[in-house]
Write a protein that binds this ligand. Structure first.
Ligand code: C2E
Ligand code: MG
Ligand code: MG
Length: 835
């Protein structure tokens, strides 16, 4: 029971005593009526205050007014004083120590008053009894109040330490709230006394939860949002307990409200994150390691379940249960075990899902006993990589694999089985460039497409891989059974490619040369077999053949070719090369009219290297430009010296057809001539017939420019290529050097018909003739008869250093004619054929 209720009870008793004492003394008077009224009011208030604890203060005021009325109504001054003290005590009821003093004072005063007025023992006794009773009540009041205060203090401390508000529901609505409300929500405790306050600060959505009537026997905690004084929504958790009266009846609720904003917001974040992960298209799986080393799925989102796809439910399944024949699954679980064992912290692989999708699976170690797998769908990325990869390895025009694809194909074949043989057929079209330039690139493209179809068709199905290497170059790789039939396949390729092609009503025909090399007999690697096939192809073209097989035995230096290429570079740079001159003799007069400059390379270890070989090496390694420059510079210097002896002297220099594509060739030669003070018409440049026919258009422009500059241009080794006399007519040239095979062949042909008609036809074109390879008097004599302008050959002088040339030239100029000699071996003493 509350302190104030006891006070009302005590006062009713006290007033009763005053009344009885008054009646006994005076009979029932006016003041006694007031006392009765005060007693009734006190009794009513007593009952009421038990029901409504918060009524204390208004009751006190009301009661005080009554007592004042009582005093004014005519009590004796001491009684009025006593009543005043009651009022004081009433006011001090909330301070126990004042209350104690006031009540003791009041009771003593009343007792003294009655005793002194009546001097009756019963009045004194009753006063003392009242005094005693008052004392007991005051002590009890003090204790109750102290207990209440210490309870309040405890509540305050608890509420302060846990960020909680302790409250008690008030009978008239509203709450008695702990002061922590101010700290937590920013509202003073008294704000909660207003019964409407709770509804005004609870989030509208949470109002039903906040205002629900809990079951007093089992009040469940509720959680709702409350707006704090700064306007921010805070999550609070309300724990309730039922407050009961002495009969165990539920009277009201009290409870503790805890600020859970941080936890609940974090929980919400976690829940939202969980939903995000669950609905994510990226598959996520968590796996836990059991003590026995086995692993089980502890969590998996929908995407991971679909990707693994083995079962509806992954959670709780072990790796063994999920393992099946799928290679991707096995690889993934192997990776997982290695990460789980601590061998690595993270692993990544491409996981192939059953439906053609590809995922990047990342396995990570999370804690000592858990790992995660993420599956990122990379199907599109993989597909676009594949397309790019294919595009990079496919020739746009023909759809055939390109050179890069060829290199990878060869390497992959060898990597798969180093002993498995293959044959590479390298092909180069002839006369394609002419068609391309004459009829336009569109026609050229159509032609290449048709040719590529033919190459594809001639490829043995299954064992053949056709490639366009670029430009007019194709290749076919033969594997398996087809390797042994390489020559036959080459023949059918030649047959297919050289058949006429009909484009826009035109019958076009191209030629082709094929070089064949084999792995592993000819080469040790893919790159090497490519190079060897190209060497065979080059030889085929050089010899005017369609098919040439690479033969290492017939090319003793082939193994050292690469080393030789490197050595050639330094030979040019270090001036290890020398230049020899072979005399050119006027057939009619027998006089030396010029020389051909021929390059020599004496290799420090390999000895003399054939010019045919090192010129070919220089051409294939791109060093031909430097080599030719070196020869030109030296030959022009020698020529300048020769001209001092014979101002009509001319020297020829051999050009490779590749030199004709150097943009600055003509100005470079003219520069050298000018620097040496040599007139351009003293220099002759020789171009081999075979090479020239291949790349006519651009090369001819250069030839024309050379000729325009006054330099002589001659076709070398005429008769060995495919060019016709008709074609000679269109070339900007001054003369033709007939290949030595025609000169040597002339002996076997008594009439010399072929050589004679060649000389005649060349003359008919307005060109001059030099016959090469004259080794016998008979040949020289025939040449004189057939009207050849000049001749060259061992009979007339071997290639020799320039000093020998000058010695002979000086001798000739003093003699006025060529010195006679019986020894054809030296330039200094040539044999003069009898005429
Ligand atoms: P080529 O221009 O036809 O030169 C003539 C070749 O025939 C020379 O061979 C010469 O030594 C050889 N020869 C001359 N008279 C006779 C003979 O009576 N009987 C025989 N059997 N051979 C004779 P060499 O010097 O070995 O040169 C071979 C080829 O190498 C040359 O053929 C030429 O095409 C090329 N060559 C030489 N030097 C150079 C050069 O500086 N630049 C370029 N691009 N090619 C060169
Ligand atoms: Mg020559
Ligand atoms: Mg020649």
């Amino acid at each position: 029971m509350k302190l104030c209720s006891w006070m009302w009870l005590f006062r009713a008793v006290l007033l009763t005593a005053i009344l009885i004492a008054g009646i006994v003394d005076d009979g029932f008077g006016r003041s006694d009526l007031l006392v009765v009224i005060a007693m009734v009011v006190s009794a009513v208030l007593f009952v009421w205050s038990r029901r409504v604890p918060a009524i204390d203060r208004p009751l006190t005021v009301l009661d005080s007014v009554l007592l004042i009325g009582l005093a004014v109504a005519g009590l004796t001054p001491p009684a009025a004083l006593a009543i005043g003290i009651i009022i004081l005590a009433q006011a001090a009821a909330f301070r126990p120590i004042y209350a104690a003093a006031a009540y003791v004072g009041v009771v003593s005063t009343i007792a003294v008053l009655y005793t002194t007025r009546d001097h009756t023992p019963h009045a004194g006794l009753s006063a003392l009894a009242l005094c005693l009773l008052g004392g007991i009540l005051v002590v009890r009041a003090v204790r109750l109040n102290m207990a209440a205060r210490s309870g309040d203090e405890r509540d305050r401390l608890i509420a302060g330490s846990i960020d909680a508000m302790i409250w008690e529901e008030l009978p008239e609505g509203g709450y008695r709230m702990s002061d922590s409300s101010e700290r937590i929500l920013g509202y003073p405790a008294k704000a909660w006394l207003d019964p409407e306050f709770l509804a005004s600060v609870v989030h509208p959505d949470d109002l039903p939860a906040a205002e629900a009537d809990p079951d007093p026997d089992n009040p469940l905690p509720t959680t709702f949002r409350v707006r704090d004084s700064s306007g921010r929504w805070r999550w609070v958790e309300n724990h309730l307990t039922s407050i009961r009266d002495i009969h165990g009846r539920h009277r009201s609720f009290a409870g503790i409200t805890v600020d859970r904003t941080r936890e609940i917001e974090a929980e919400h974040d976690v829940r939202a994150f969980g939903r995000l992960v669950k609905g994510s298209p990226v598959g996520h799986m968590l796996l836990g390691c059991a003590g026995d080393g086995s692993m089980k799925v502890t969590a998996a989102n929908d995407a991971a379940t679909a990707i693994i796809g083995r079962t509806d439910r992954l959670v709780g399944r072990s790796l063994d249960e999920l393992t099946n024949g799928d290679a991707s699954v096995r690889e993934l679980f192997g990776l997982l075990r290695s990460v789980a064992s601590g061998a690595r912290e993270k692993g990544q692989m491409e996981y192939h899902g059953g439906d053609g999708h590809v995922f990047q699976a990342t396995v990570r170690s999370l804690t000592d006993d858990s790992c995660s797998i993420d599956f990122l769908d990379i199907t599109e990325r993989v597909e676009s990589h594949r397309r790019l990869h294919e595009q990079a390895r496919c020739d746009d025009l023909t759809g055939l694999p390109n050179r890069r694809a060829l290199t990878e194909y060869l390497d992959a074949h060898i990597a798969r089985d180093a002993a498995a043989p293959l044959a590479l057929l390298s092909m180069d079209l002839t006369a394609f460039k002419e068609i391309n330039e004459a009829l336009g690139h569109e026609t050229g493209d159509l032609l290449l497409r048709q040719i590529s179809d033919r190459v594809r068709e001639s490829c043995p199905a299954g064992d053949g891989y056709a490639v366009r290497k670029g430009g007019d170059e194709f290749a076919v790789v033969l594997t398996g059974q087809a390797v042994d039939r390489a020559e036959a396949v080459a023949a059918s390729l030649v047959d297919g490619i050289t058949r006429p092609v009909l484009i826009d009503g035109l019958r076009l025909r191209v030629g082709v040369s094929v070089g064949i090399a084999r792995y592993p007999s000819d080469a040790e690697s893919g790159a090497e077999v490519l190079r060897r096939a190209d060497i065979a192809l080059y030889r085929a073209k050089q010899r005017g053949l369609t098919v040439e097989v690479y033969e290492p035995d017939s090319d003793p230096l082939s193994r050292g070719r690469l080393a030789l290429v490197a050595d050639l570079e330094s030979a040019i740079a270090r001036d290890e090369l020398t230049l020899h001159h072979q005399p050119v003799i006027n057939v009619a007069s027998g006089r030396m009219v010029g020389s051909e400059a021929l390059c020599r390379w004496f290799h420090p270890t390999a000895g003399p290297v054939s010019p045919e070989l090192f010129v070919e090496l220089a051409e294939s390694s791109g060093q031909i430009r430097d080599l030719t420059r070196w020869v030109l510079r030296r030959a022009i210097a020698d020529l300048a010296a020769s001209l001092e002896v014979d101002p009509n002297f001319r020297t020829s220099v051999n050009l490779s057809v590749r030199n004709l594509y150097e943009a600055e060739l003509v100005p470079a030669i003219l520069g050298m001539l000018a620097a040496a003070g040599v007139a351009p018409d003293r220099l002759i440049l020789e171009i081999t017939e075979g090479g020239l026919m291949d790349d006519q258009a651009a090369a001819i422009e250069t030839l024309q420019a050379l000729r325009d500059a006054g330099i002589g241009v001659w076709i070398d080794d005429f008769g060995t290529g495919h060019s016709s006399f008709a074609r000679l007519r269109s070339l900007p040239i001054d003369g033709v050097k007939i290949d030595r095979s025609f000169v040597s062949g002339a002996a076997a042909d008594p009439e010399g018909v072929l050589l004679a008609s060649m000389i005649e036809l060349v003359h008919a074109l307005g060109l001059r003739v030099v016959a090469e390879g004259v080794e016998t008097d008979e040949q020289f004599e025939l040449l004189g008869r057939f009207g050849s302008d000049s001749a060259q050959g061992y009979l007339l002088g071997r290639p020799a250093p320039v000093e020998d040339l000058h010695t002979r030239l000086a001798g000739a100029s003093t003699n006025g004619s060529r010195p006679a000699t019986a020894d054809p071996a030296t330039l200094a003493a040539p044999r003069v054929p009898g005429r």
